[in-house]
Design a protein around this ligand. Structure first.
Ligand code: ADP
Length: 459
């Protein structure tokens, strides 16, 4: 069996056949246990009623009377003590009946042939038109003893019903098979579509629009599948963009280094020019080293949470140390820096969090306006602490705010193009904050300034 469709059809039809056989066996058992004795008793009563009527009405024409009952729907057999016998109604298929049975009935016993008749365990005994499958009762007519054997003429009484049921059964079987074949196709169709879509996806084609609008589990599955395909496409796009950005950001300083080293071979260069070129080369090497350091950090942050080595430390002290190390740059740019750093103990990875403050402070310096301000504050709440970096710099537009945490994203305006940077700093900040189960918020107005607020759990 190859396809799921074929399997499903075969299994369902097998179930239908098996349940048909089982219900046939069960109804047989029901017939044998309940219906057979009831049928025997019912017919014995009818036979006794006939015998009583004949006994009480000796003037009737017995032959005509029994002939009449035969026409109404019974097979009858009448035999007297001399062995003279007569059949009424349509004939029995089998006329075998032991002599002793006839004698017993002539002697006054009732013969329960229907109850004793055994046709295996099957209900078909009900239909067996045989003399042995009758009820026998003694009958006296004009002082002559008779034995009357009788059974209903099933053919006459139930023929239409039998045909009706047979057709009904046939239609039910044919219709069920057609329905199973069609409904299985309907059930399996989304799976076939999903399988096809999976193959397409595995070949790198993410365009797998599945037109499955069902509201059951399969509909749910195909929706999740489409979502997964979209996410994979986004991840793939990000990966491609990332690789192209990395290659570009490594390639451009390398070609600058190559270009300026070639220029250094020129003997006619003045010492001032040489010094200038060497400082450019140094700048590019520094850029490359920052880039690789940041890439390595990002890669380790991406890997898992194990990179976070948490410990208790004084956040205010850490921030003060950071400010001290940038003091020279701040005063060089004429920036006024104010802070409010109350004593705060925090549980987190001190070196990773140092990288966060470092990035935020250098950004606040880099993207600040001349003689601008920076304000750093710590605000302790019940279970969290908020660290705010406010600057009066160039600010950000609404659209740029959404993208600044993307890897390699740099706002491309003339003013920032001249400022050194990799576009990786804020994505590192976002990853570290996420690993500390914290949150980062940005409020910014172009040409007015930006505020970066980080909220971290204290423990
Ligand atoms: P970069 O290395 O370029 O500073 P970041 O990831 O730290 O990379 O920042 C991404 C971009 O967000 C920057 O290029 C800059 O355009 C913008 N940005 C970051 N901080 C600020 C700020 N304080 N004020 C204005 N723009 C900022």
């Amino acid at each position: 069996m190859k396809s799921l469709y074929l399997k499903f059809v075969v299994i369902t039809i097998s179930i239908m056949i098996a349940s048909g056989v089982i219900s046939f066996l069960l109804s047989n058992a029901y017939y044998q246990i309940k219906l057979k004795p009831y049928n025997d008793e019912k017919n014995a009563q009818i036979a006794l009623d006939i015998a009583t009527f004949v006994n009480e009405n000796p003037s009737i024409d017995l032959e005509a009377y029994l002939e009449n009952i035969g026409h109404v729907g019974y097979h009858l057999y009448l035999v007297n003590s001399n062995g003279e016998n007569q059949f009424f109604g349509s004939p029995f298929r089998d006329n075998t009946l032991s002599k002793s049975t006839i004698e017993n009935v002539l002697n006054g016993e009732i013969f329960h042939g229907m109850l004793q008749f055994s046709e295996g365990t099957f209900v078909t005994g009900f239909f067996a038109n045989e003399l042995a499958n009758t009820i026998g009762v003694p009958l006296t007519y004009n002082d002559q003893n008779y034995a009357l054997f009788l059974r209903p003429d099933i053919e006459l009484l139930f023929n239409e019903m039998r045909k009706l049921f047979a057709w009904m059964l046939l239609f039910a079987i044919i219709l069920s098979i057609i329905m199973v074949v069609l409904s299985t196709k309907y059930l399996i169709k989304p799976i076939t579509k999903l399988t096809k879509a999976t193959k397409t996806l595995s070949q790198g084609n993410f365009n797998v629009a599945l037109d499955i609008k069902r509201h059951d589990e399969l509909g749910e599955l195909s929706k999740s599948f489409s979502d997964m395909a979209n996410k994979l496409e986004q991840t793939e796009d990000i990966r491609k963009e990332f690789i192209s950005n990395v290659s570009h950001d490594i390639q451009s300083p390398l070609s600058n280094i190559k270009g300026y080293t070639n220029l250094l071979h020129d003997d006619t260069l003045s010492p001032v020019e040489k010094e200038k070129y060497i400082s450019i080369i140094n700048g590019e090497i520094k850029r490359l080293s920052t880039l690789t350091r940041q890439l390595l950090l990002l890669a380790s942050l991406d890997r898992n949470e194990d990179v976070v080595k948490k410990e208790k430390f004084r956040l205010d002290t850490q921030l003060k140390e950071l400010i001290k190390s940038y003091q020279w740059l701040i005063s060089e740019k004429g920036i006024m820096l104010g802070y409010s750093l109350p004593e705060t103990e925090l549980t987190g990875d001190p070196s990773l969090l140092y990288a966060v403050w470092d990035n935020l402070l250098t950004n606040a310096i880099k993207y600040n306006s001349k003689n601008g301000n920076i304000n750093i504050t710590i605000e302790q709440k019940e279970n969290t602490v908020s660290i705010r970096f406010e600057d009066t710099g160039i600010g950000l537009s609404e659209t740029n705010i959404k993208r600044i945490f993307d890897r390699f994203y740099r706002v491309d305006i003339s003013r920032t193009r001249t400022i050194e940077g990799t576009g990786l700093g804020l994505s590192i900040v976002a990853s570290i904050v996420k690993l500390h189960h914290g949150e980062i918020k940005v409020e910014s107005n172009e040409n007015i300034g930006s505020t970066f607020t980080i909220e971290l759990p204290l423990q």
